[in-house]
Ligand binder design. Sequence first.
Ligand code: P6P
Length: 338
Amino acid sequence: MSIKINKRIVTIERHILDEQAAFPDASGTLTALLYDMALAAKLISSHTTRAGLADVIGATGTVNVQGEEVQLLDEYAHRTIFQLNDHTGRLCVMGSEEEKDIISIPDKYDCGKYVLLFDPLDGSGNIDYNVSVGTIFSILRRKSESGPGTLEDVLQKGAEIVAAGYIVYGSSTMMVYSTGNGVHGFTLDPGIGEFLLSHPNLRLPQPKFYSANQGYQSRWSEGIQRYTRWLRGEEGNTRSLSLRYIGSMIADIHRNLLGGGVFYYPADTKSPNGKLRMLFEAQPMSFIIEQAGGYASTGRQPILDIQPTALHQRTPLFVGNRELVEKAEEFIARYDGV
Ligand code: P6P
């Protein structure tokens, strides 16, 4: 009797290990760090998928450095990622969208060679509406020689990112990551508590969607208003894309990664530097999308080339299929001047 062999089941742990094999001098530290983020994802997922039931829904009554109401799940996600990483000796410093300053490694623990930046729960304002939210992270090598990490270790260009990923807590929980060798997606099998490879070597397909909050159109520049009309098949464009915007950046960008398209949150008269955070949202998502064959820009320059000057600085963001993002740059240059 022949035994039916399952098709190759690849857990995220196995995939990360295989990826490490591509770096002969790898010490395994980055691999272990990615494992830790996968574990954090499982723990956070277990709370987000029953937010309506557990005592984790709703606000804490506090406001974070962004001026946003902190949700109980925000706090849980932030604490989980911190506690899984503060003692491992793999990091010299952390930065979180929820913390005003950089997060030092407690004195009792060793410092390592990596920096971890994370947005513990992006889009958390949508939790109460049962809209998908997510965790975003990026990993960089420290610049300082040794000891506790510094702000300089954190304020690096996105081009210096060693690995980045996000977890989207939606109809299923998916973890998508890149170590600079393509983009790979894993779906959590809650029955066995494992992330299984479901989307190997993700590449942006031909675009179907454009994602922006058109409710702000009157606050946009002429170039961005014309660009938006172009995406709709006007302004001389013969092709129109479908508008899909759910107000949770991770959910919007994840859909566009799989279906093709552009997400943009431009500067406007109310937010002259845009709304999204450079270090915790724009850089990691730009790294991932560019690894999938796309491009990310402020509308005037590549996101990954920008030297950050402040931990929570914001940036305009256009990210997705290269031809769509470059078209935005073209409209902005033509109608908004330099
Ligand atoms: P608006 C969520 O608060 C967030 O930071 C992103 O996830 C999302 O894309 C954006 O803000 C939505 O902002 O102004 O359209 O509600």
